[in-house]
Design a protein around this ligand. Structure first.
Ligand code: NAD
Ligand code: ZN
Length: 257
């Protein structure tokens, strides 16, 4: 069956001819899997806590049980979710093109679970906590934490090596991005000829600078998002719609599957 979504012919041609495609994703790509976007997380359940205030080293120092409980709840949510057709279409793009670099701002593992390899996680991973003091990785108890859907205060575990507090493996506001991830991402953006930006409002810096830098270099930026964003003016093509619908339609229109 042919997809009902019409894809701009110009965008399609750029994608088909790409020699090195960078795909840059934000929380919108996981929205159809049931994971709230950053913006969604500021209403409803988490309206009680401002994520901007929870996602800082200072918040962890002050109320580590609230912060750890918040991340444990989010981790349990992610573990119950599955990759959606948007994640799967990105994996398919990697099979059709000579080179693809996938850069994500997401801390979930849905790209990996959809089969993508070598994903650059600019903001770390919720599945890789580490010791705040000595930096050693911490192994989480296997399985899905059994948390009711309400705010929980949970004390984080202590490090087996030095007794320091274990902290979530995500990048908080005010922290530097993981050095290797950031330099790999910058290099890929310098080398690519097309950048596909999916489901990000592009307001969290420095990650958000990548598509703007690409556009400045003359790279063709294609954006997939149902809503207007700060990237609208620099994207050569704005494909309005949900990632789980637009991306499979793109792949189908370009390669048939
Ligand atoms: P954001 O909430 O600022 O923006 C989300 C964007 O996704 C919006 O522009 C929205 O219009 C768009 N969107 C919503 N549904 C979509 C869909 N179905 N398909 C395509 N686009 C859709 O989030 P952001 O730009 O990712 O940046 C905020 C930060 O929040 C990031 O640093 C990220 O690490 C973090 N975060 C990650 C996760 C996750 O790992 N899944 C979830 C929430 C927040
Ligand atoms: Zn330690």
């Amino acid at each position: 069956m042919k997809s009902a979504i019409e894809i701009d012919a110009g965008a399609l041609k750029h994608l088909q001819d790409a020699r090195h495609l960078v795909v840059f994703t934000g929380s919108g790509v996981s929205q159809e899997s049931g994971i709230p976007t950053f913006r969604d997380a500021q209403v409803g359940l988490w309206a009680k806590y401002d994520p901007n205030e929870l996602a800082t080293p200072e918040a962890f120092a002050k109320q580590r049980d609230v912060v750890w409980g918040w991340y444990e709840f989010r981790r349990s949510q992610i573990l119950r979710c599955q990759p959606n057709p948007g994640h799967q279409a990105i994996e398919a793009l990697a099979r059709h093109l000579p080179k693809l670099t996938l850069i994500t701002q997401n801390v979930d593992d849905l790209h990996e679970r959809a089969g993508s390899h070598g994903v650059i996680h600019l903001h770390g991973s919720i599945f890789q906590p580490r010791c705040r003091a000595c930096g050693r990785p911490h192994t989480l108890t296997p399985g899905i934490p059994d948390l009711p859907s309400e705010v929980q205060q949970i004390m984080p575990p202590k490090c087996n090596h030095c007794g320091g507090w274990i902290r979530p493996g995500v990048v908080w506001f005010g922290e530097e991005l993981p050095r290797n991830a950031w330099s790999d991402a910058k290099q890929a953006v310098r080398e690519c000829d097309v950048l596909l930006c999916v489901g990000t409002s592009a307001v969290v810096y420095p990650a958000a600078a990548l598509p703007f830098e690409a556009a400045e270099q003359g790279v063709c930026v294609i954006q997939v998002n149902p809503d207007p964003t700060s990237l609208d003016s620099v994207a050569r093509f704005n494909l309005r719609g949900r990632a789980g619908e637009v991306l499979p339609a793109l792949v189908e229109a370009a390669w048939g599957s």
